[in-house]
Design a protein around this ligand. Structure first.
Ligand code: THU
Length: 120
């Protein structure tokens, strides 16, 4: 699957977002080394800070299904990843991130998205 196909899948998945408050639907599709794709959407909550981003939904789902950090190659996101998700991307070990920002498709590494990321 190409990066643009993965991003097109993220677009499709975004329709399943639960975002009644912001009405900003985000989709994420993560490609694993074994060829499987794990999808995520943002899921909001009436207590606003409790909402979760599409990226974290996708990775949490993948981990719960048995994937481990390092099993992933690409994350495609319909929006530019937020600061919190930028901390997740290197920990999950994706090689690159494809996303849309202001109408442009960008491809960046996790280190480019978050230099000097926190490591415990
Ligand atoms: N959102 C994501 O799902 N991913 C990001 O990286 C950016 C922000 C969601 C969170 C919230 O539900 C909505 O977009 C508006 O901030």
């Amino acid at each position: 699957m190409t990066d643009l196909e993965l991003l097109a899948l993220a677009d499709t998945v975004a329709a399943r977002a639960y975002a009644p408050y912001s009405k900003f639907h985000v989709g994420c599709a993560v490609l694993a080394r074994d060829g499987r794709v794990i999808e995520g959407v943002n899921v909001e909550n009436a207590a606003y800070p409790l909402g979760v981003c599409a990226e974290r939904t996708a990775f949490s789902r993948a981990i719960a299904e048995g994937f481990r950090p390092g099993d992933f190659t690409v994350a495609a996101i319909t929006a530019s990843p937020c600061g919190g998700c930028r901390q997740w991307l290197p920990e999950m070990g994706v090689e690159r991130v494809v996303f849309r920002n202001a109408g442009e498709v960008k491809t960046m590494t996790p280190a480019e998205l978050l230099p000097e990321s926190f490591v415990l």
